[in-house]
Design a protein around this ligand. Structure first.
Ligand SMILES: Cc1cc2nc3c(=O)[nH]c(=O)nc-3n(C[C@H](O)[C@H](O)[C@H](O)COP(=O)(O)OP(=O)(O)OC[C@H]3O[C@@H](n4cnc5c(N)ncnc54)[C@H](O)[C@@H]3O)c2cc1C
Length: 420
């Protein structure tokens, strides 16, 4: 590689990082992607892995495979720990790397709001490994309950999801479908009608950030499927056996999935004054981190105020992808930074699926629900999935599930010698 090329270190190959890498491939920049995972993950379908509907391999993509044939891209598997901008290098767990420009796209992790007890005991859904852990845990739980008697059974028979945003709603809907359609076939000698899927939410609505249509429809769909929904309900603690609500009430459960919010992945060395709520990094409309001239932040980790979004953009894939596109375009233009194009988010809408033939879609001018919304949801997710191979695998899986109301993926892949 030519010595004159500017070196860009890209931290994180999520939605923002991958889009940036794609746009910069075969350009005159030398790009080093550093990610602690060796693959890109399609987070919107994690819940389908957790509920045994998709195999993990169909929603993840190895970076080295994706960069085959690109001449200016390198990948290193490492965790970035610290930035030293004075000397223009980053510190990772495998060594230090120099940069001319640093692009931070390290996204977020689950937010436990400082509660270490909940963090220790609850299940989470922010990585492929965590999705697999939920799958193993819930399936093992269905086996374990067969040997349990008396009150202790309630701990096994309550699946509690905390947070009724899209992730919580999608999980609750999928577990309800499993309860209603699959468990009676799999367990002919155990009555799983006693299984409770409980969805707890602090705000007054399910899908609170969406339209009134979507809130009402999602609630109705879930209730019709048998999900117990408790809104305006705040969780205070969870000790692995029992959830304690702020009201003092307790709910026994060994299966608590915490989907109540995210906070930025912290990297040391940056000026603390630019770190704002949710551990996000303050950036200007060029995604330049405040107070730095060669560090940019894109995606969930970036906090950008604009006239349309004075409190920052929503932490969604569309923002991440489009900030990455805008930054790549600006860097590739080779124009002075004063002539760069500013970013603004164009809201194309949001959607969530609740179950077979049940979804809600909010477009800027049209809000709809039901079968057509479900088809739109599936089509858009298939379009966004990388590689034709994965699109086909997912399509076949979904078609199979549609016609059979079943999936054949309910395998527990944890070590039997380490199970409690
Ligand atoms: C379960 C779930 C469902 C979702 N569903 C939707 C949806 O339906 N629609 C939607 O628009 N959005 C959805 N989102 C949100 C969406 O996934 C995020 O907005 C998007 O992933 C943000 O992209 P990003 O590139 O900023 O971060 P991410 O995609 O999170 O990528 C961050 C990357 O950085 C890496 N990384 C983190 N820390 C370090 C470090 N210190 N060193 C090295 N590497 C590091 C991670 O391994 C990861 O690969 C969902 C999120 C979740 C968790």
């Amino acid at each position: 590689m030519s010595q004159k090329r500017k070196k860009i270190i890209l931290v994180g190959g999520g939605f923002a990082g991958m889009e940036f890498a794609k746009k910069m491939s075969n350009s005159d920049y030398e790009i080093l992607l550093i990610d602690k995972q060796n693959h890109h993950q399609f987070q919107p379908l994690f819940y389908q892995v957790a509920c045994s509907m998709l195999e993990p391999a169909s929603i993840i993509f190895p970076f080295r495979r994706m960069f085959q044939g690109t001449k200016n891209m390198e990948y290193r598997m490492a965790t970035v720990l610290e930035v030293n901008d004075k000397e223009k290098f980053i510190v990772t767990d495998v060594g230090n790397f120099d940069y001319d420009y640093l692009i931070l796209a390290q996204g977020c992790k689950t937010n436990f709001f400082g509660n270490e007890e909940i963090e220790k005991h609850a299940l989470t859904l922010k990585s492929t490994q965590e999705a697999i852990k939920i799958r193993n845990h819930i399936l093992s739980n269905f086996e374990a309950v067969l040997a349990v008697e008396g009150n202790e059974r309630d701990e096994y028979l309550n699946i509690v999801i905390v947070g009724a945003g899209p992730t919580g709603v999608e999980l609750a809907g999928s577990f309800a479908e499993m309860k209603n359609k699959i468990l009676p076939k799999d367990y002919t000698f155990f009555d799983f009608s006693k299984l409770n899927i409980i969805l707890l939410e602090g705000s007054p609505n399910t899908l609170n950030p969406m339209s009134d249509n979507a809130r009402k429809a999602s609630r109705k769909y879930l209730e019709n499927m048998g999900v117990i929904i408790r809104t305006e309900t705040v969780v205070k603690n969870y000790d692995g056996h029992e959830i304690t609500l702020q009201s003092g009430e307790t709910i026994p459960s060994r299966n608590v999935i915490w989907a109540a919010g995210v906070t930025g992945n912290k990297i040391e060395g940056l000026d603390k004054a630019i770190i704002v709520r949710g551990n996000r990094l303050t950036v200007n409309r060029l995604n330049l981190v405040a107070g730095y001239d060669s560090i940019f932040a894109i995606g969930d980790i970036a906090y950008m105020e604009t006239p349309l979004y004075p409190n920052g953009h929503p932490q969604v894939a569309n923002v991440a992808v489009n900030q990455a596109k805008n930054l790549a375009k600006n860097l590739l233009s080779l124009k002075p930074i004063s002539n760069w194009k500013e970013y603004e988010y164009k809201d194309l809408g949001s959607m969530a699926t609740i179950g077979k033939n049940k979804a809600v879609v909010d477009l800027p001018r049209w809000k709809f629900k039901g079968w057509f919304a479900w088809i739109v949801w599936m089509f858009l997710h298939l379009m966004l999935i990388l590689t034709v191979r994965n699109k086909l695998i997912i399509l076949i899986n979904w078609a199979w599930q549609y016609f059979s109301s079943d999936s054949s993926l309910r395998v527990i892949l944890s070590d039997p010698n380490k199970r409690k």
